[in-house]
Design a protein around this ligand. Structure first.
Ligand code: FEO
Ligand code: CA
Ligand code: CA
Length: 653
């Protein structure tokens, strides 16, 4: 395999490759890209800009500034960002601007019960891990509870645990030859943690061991499949003839919070946990679907199939169909059985952001994070009931799933993925809506959706109502129509799209613009965006992943990939979305070595920024460590808080 070729690996490159291996199962090395003939976003963008536009460096500037710079001076003053930006670095610590401070809230292995079990690196077991904070925290959502010293100072943190780095978890771990107990620990280190947190003073957030809300949902927790694909033949296995009960949720990346107070946790790179696709006949319809989603033909890299037959496609050919969903969990009910909502489609869900349309329908945006995959939204059939929380618990089981097509003239359409409509008929292999939802990618191919550059987070800006789509990167994207003077080259640095629905969130048409082209504005090879500002004042940014917004509509961006592109640590950046500083990027936080930053989440008063430090030390080993964050010992993925320690307590002010 190309990844294992003899290369002089720099620490940064080693970190990059390790990420491919465990985060996504090396999907870009092992998987064919989307084979359909659908247009790429590159095609659309190139058409959008005339040839003349593309000849000068100023074109990209105009592109970035296309929307919003005409807004009033008053708007530009409101929520002005005043912190002094930090710079990219390679330090093994969290760096924040002068006047700010940070602290750890909870680390991998911290006990959720008052009695323990305490973290002991040399004494791990699945039973202990099942009651401790999991590995590689990603999404962070704060759900408020009544009480606390101040409003909004007590709540539940819901945190995803996307994947595991066994080489950093287990001394003596043998890659390709794990032990059964190690695999069992890894299964328990995946999933979700619900944990109560309390603020006892400015920035002093603590988690509460022993809270009755504390809960782990892992790779073995009983979950239910709901919606149109539940109970279909695709979902039935040798242990579940109903096709409705599945154990575990895996590769939970980003997520979302519903207005009715539930968590949406997204199953992303689920393909990597399964092996032996080649045991299926290539004429078996399941083979084609599994191949489209990247199930390995031979052994998986993790080798879990050696110890649990459900991960072996030769034994349980339908088990992979039970992953790749958005999972809804009530964080306030520790007995709640997680629900895999099949109506939202099956793909490598990055995140799920919910908006209520004017008529009360719930709208969920979600991207399929893979090179040349698509952007989706779901519109519920029923309407949100703000007076009866539980009445909303079935809202995500019936509705219409759409996929996005971007037109060259700056408009776009949401194309319905409905069985019997257009090409989604038996002639093309779709006999029911369950078929459409299980094989969402193929259905989207047939509708002519636009291939994107790895859609990661999609979030709505509460101030301007626009939808922002983060495309993290796509180094395989060719730019053979682009003049080198507009040096996007391959899209190593990513970009962010701004989408304006025609009417409201349930609309089937939209307008779009490029909000941000990422890179280093001071590097002519990137030459991406100066946005009319002095390039030396703009912070270099690469590989945007998760975003959130502050009270004034400024976007806060967490990155995943700067060790590979800048040879510097990942971080968090802030950028205004309106006013005279629209597009002016400032670096706010840098993580320790080897990590990505995930899940930025503000407390309701904007005095605290929560975020996840995922996979610190990735790319190193226990014997040659890249990081010892946060304790000076083995690296431990953790959730941290950042606050201002003087002046106006609002972050960014
Ligand atoms: Fe798990 Fe797409 O990042
Ligand atoms: Ca992500
Ligand atoms: Ca990521």
């Amino acid at each position: 395999m190309a990844r294992r070729a003899v290369l002089p690996l720099s620490p940064a490159l080693a970190a990059w490759l390790a990420k491919c291996q465990w985060a996504c199962g090396s999907k870009c090395f092992t998987e064919p890209v989307n084979p359909s003939e659908n247009p790429t976003f590159e095609n659309v963008l190139a058409q959008r800009l005339s040839r003349r536009d593309l000849l000068g460096g100023a074109a990209a500037v105009a592109l970035v500034l296309a929307v919003g710079r005409h807004e009033s001076a008053e708007a530009s003053q409101r929520g002005r960002l005043t912190f002094r930006p930090i710079t990219l670095n390679t330090r093994d610590e969290v760096t924040v601007p002068e006047g700010y401070a940070s602290g750890v809230v909870i680390r991998w292995g911290d006990p959720l019960q008052s009695w323990g079990p305490e973290f002991r690196f040399g004494e791990q077991s699945p039973e202990r891990q099942a009651q401790q904070f999991g590995y590689n925290c990603d999404f962070v959502g704060l759900f408020l509870l009544p009480g606390g010293a101040a409003s909004g100072s007590r709540g539940l943190l819901a945190v995803n645990h996307e994947y595991t780095n066994p080489e950093l978890m287990f001394p003596g771990y043998r890659e390709g030859d794990p032990e059964a107990w190690q695999v069992a620990v890894e299964l328990e280190a995946h999933g979700v943690t619900i944990v109560e947190v309390l603020q006892r003073g400015r920035g002093q957030w603590h988690y509460l061991p022993g809270s009755s809300y504390n809960r782990r949902i892992t790779g073995t927790t009983r979950c239910e499949l709901t919606g149109p694909a539940a109970g279909s033949d695709w979902m039935k296995t040798s242990t579940d003839s109903t096709g409705t009960v599945v154990y575990g949720t895996l590769n939970n990346c980003a997520g979302g919070k519903t207005p009715w107070g539930t968590l949406l946790t997204c199953e992303e790179n689920f393909h990597q946990y399964f092996g032996n696709l080649s045991a299926l006949s290539s004429t078996d319809p399941r083979y084609t679907v599994h191949q489209r989603y990247g199930i390995p033909s031979g052994a998986s890299e993790r080798r879990w199939e050696r110890f649990d037959r459900r991960f072996d496609v030769s034994k349980e050919p339908n088990e992979p169909f039970r992953f790749g969903w958005v999972v809804e969990i009530d964080p306030y009910d520790p007995t709640f059985v997680p629900k895999k909502r099949t109506a939202l489609g099956r793909f490598k869900h990055e995140a799920a952001t919910v908006v209520i349309a004017r008529d009360g329908r719930a709208v969920v945006y979600s991207g399929d994070d893979e090179r040349f995959e698509y952007i989706y939204k779901f519109v519920s059939e029923g309407r949100y009931n703000p007076r009866d929380r539980r009445a909303n618990f079935s809202l995500l089981d019936s509705g219409t799933l759409y996929v996005a097509r971007f037109n060259a003239d700056g408009t776009g359409e949401w194309l319905p993925l409905v069985h019997g409509q257009g090409p989604l008929t038996e002639a093309n292999g779709f006999r029911s809506q369950a078929d459409v939802l299980v094989n969402t990618r193929r259905a989207a191919d047939l509708l002519g959706a636009t291939k994107m550059d790895r859609p990661e987070d999609i979030e709505t800006n509460p101030v301007n109502g626009r939808v922002y789509i983060v495309c993290t990167n796509n180094a395989r994207r060719k730019w053979n129509q682009i003049d080198p003077a507009n040096p996007r080259g391959d899209n190593r640095h990513g970009h962010i799209i701004e989408l304006i629905e025609n009417g409201d969130a349930a609309a089937t048409r939209f307008r779009w613009e490029i909000f941000l082209l990422c890179g280093d504005p001071a590097n002519p090879d990137d030459g991406v965006f100066a946005a009319g500002f002095d390039p030396s004042l703009i912070s270099p940014i690469s590989c945007p992943d998760n975003i959130t917004f502050d009270a004034w509509g400024n976007m806060w961006i967490a990155t995943d990939g700067q060790p590979g592109t800048f040879r510097r640590n990942d971080g968090i950046y802030a950028v205004p979305t309106s006013g005279n500083e629209r597009g002016f990027v400032r670096m706010f936080l840098s993580g320790p070595r080897g990590c990505e930053i995930c899940g930025p989440e503000f407390a309701p008063d904007f005095h605290t920024l929560f975020c996840a430090i995922q996979h610190p030390g990735e790319g190193g080993t226990l014997s040659a460590p890249l990081s010892s964050w946060p304790d000076g010992t083995v690296p431990r993925p953790s959730v941290i808080v950042v606050w201002k320690d003087r002046g106006d307590p609002r972050i960014g002010s």
